[in-house]
Design a binder for this molecule. Structure first.
Ligand code: SAM
Length: 233
């Protein structure tokens, strides 16, 4: 269970109404039962139920059961699309170990209104679901050109470009790759000015995800999977 509170030995956790309902009504836990908690920073902690009420409850942390598992230093930049598919992207990127999720506004981004709080909640749910102890940061939507203008010198960008061939040529195999980002464009493709800005950056490596043009959400899953396969993590 994710809690937005510090975790440590003897730390008392006050549950929200939703969490109390989930633990005591849905899971039918009672006083003394054990619960595993994480907050995205302190690894996994065992806690015991101190008080189980209808709409509230208290837990106390007993001991750490797993350290924080940091994912590789990989950011995902993507142009948001329709709401359900943007939700899917955040969920899958969390499962596939992206450390930071950065929605970008491009010239041809055509998306529903983005609720970052909802996307963050999806990332938390996905981390809970896959047993991770880390929750990726989800940034506010930023214009791509602005982001690229102050891009860190030492962070490479894997620009997924449907007009090329062979991701294997772009990525070194195995070992630690250092700081990277994967960039997936909008349904309408990148504007010429955006392509020129990307092509001029020494940090940018272009790669293909195969001969067929993938939907943006499929491309995210494919790119993160390929990147992970090359890193072996
Ligand atoms: N540019 C295309 C167009 O104008 O119809 C479609 C863009 S595609 C639906 C959305 C994004 O997915 C692209 O910008 C690219 O980043 C990524 N993508 C899709 N298929 C790809 C492929 N085979 N190789 C690399 N990237 C791909």
């Amino acid at each position: 269970l994710y809690v937005d509170q510090p975790l440590g030995e003897g730390q008392v956790i006050a549950l929200s109404e939703g969490q109390a309902n989930y633990l005591f009504a849905v899971m039918r836990l009672s006083k003394g039962a054990a619960v595993l908690l994480f907050n995205g920073e302190a690894g996994e902690w065992r806690a015991e139920v101190l008080e189980a009420g209808k709409r509230k409850g208290l837990l106390v942390c007993t001991n750490q059961t797993a350290p924080l598992q940091m994912p590789p230093d990989l950011w995902l930049l993507f142009a948001p699309i329709k709401k359900a598919r943007t939700d899917f992207i955040v969920e899958k990127a969390t499962e596939l170990g992206a450390a930071r999720i950065m929605p970008v506004q491009t010239r041809f981004t055509n998306a529903d209104r983005i609720r970052i709080d909802k996307l963050r909640a999806h990332a938390i749910e996905a981390a809970e679901q896959c047993g991770g102890t880390f929750v990726p940061q989800v940034d506010e939507v930023t214009p791509l050109a602005k982001l690229l203008a102050s891009w860190p010198e030492d962070r490479k960008i894997l620009w997924c470009n449907e007009h090329l061939a062979g991701v294997a040529e772009a990525l070194p195999k195995g070992g630690t790759l250092g700081p990277w980002a994967v960039l997936i464009g909008p349904e309408g493709g990148f504007a010429e000015a955006e392509k020129a800005q990307l092509a001029a950056m020494p940090q940018v490596v272009q790669a293909s995800l195969g001969p067929r043009i993938l939907r943006a959400d499929t491309a995210v899953v494919s790119a993160l999977t390929l990147w992970q396969a090359h890193l072996g993590d």
